[in-house]
Design a protein. Structure first.
Length: 202
């Protein structure tokens, strides 16, 4: 499989992910989370689990490449962190990240991939904590995904052994994962914004 084929496949899987989000946000009472003491703890837990599970889905809908997986986890945990703040970002990142490690425990890229996912969720959550409502926009999501996936590729080079295999993997998956996750995160937050606005008006 070449880079262009991976891009097409991830773009196709992105459509599936958006469909799942439409389903969940239609049947669940999800609104924009506010970072105050009045926020419902149960709602925070539910949203954390939702984005964590969607992150896991991002792994399962990925492409197997060189004993690794080209995937869409980043766009989901980043969207979760921007939507729900630090608790949701960290929680979703840990759920999806730990699953990635356990999913392929002996894989040469399991740990850097899992760690990167957790960091991306944490970073998005902290951005949401600092900027509040302004953080939940497509530009912020896109920039975070670009930065996060670039960091992800760096961790793969640093932690994955043997280095030549990691380098070949990155040459193949870096363009698709950086581009599709950045574009996907931008669209993903707009989908979430659309539903949360509709819920708020009810």
């Amino acid at each position: 499989m070449n880079t262009f084929e991976i891009i097409l496949t991830l773009a196709e899987r992105f459509g599936l992910m958006v469909g799942v989000v439409f389903l969940f946000m239609t049947i669940m009472p999800v609104r924009r989370m506010h970072f105050t003491s009045e926020s419902s703890k149960l709602r925070t837990v539910l949203v954390t689990i939702l984005f964590g599970m969607l992150g896991i889905l991002g792994t399962y809908t990925g492409n197997a490449v060189f004993d690794s997986v080209a995937n869409l986890r980043a766009m989901v945990v980043i969207s979760g962190g921007l939507f729900g703040g630090p608790v949701v970002g960290v929680g979703a990142g840990l759920i999806a990240g730990v699953h990635r490690i356990v999913f392929d425990l002996n894989g040469f890229s399991a740990y850097p991939c899992g760690i990167a996912t957790a960091i991306e969720g944490f970073a998005a959550g902290m951005i949401a904590w600092k900027y509040g409502e302004k953080a939940m926009n497509w530009r912020m999501a896109s920039v975070l995904a670009l930065a996060g996936e670039t960091m992800h590729m760096g961790l793969l080079l640093l932690l994955s052994k043997p280095f030549p295999v990691a380098w070949e993997l990155i040459k193949l998956i870096a363009p698709p994962m950086v581009l599709v996750n950045a574009f996907g995160a931008a669209l993903f937050v707009e989908v979430v914004n659309l539903f949360s606005r509709d819920r708020s008006e009810e």
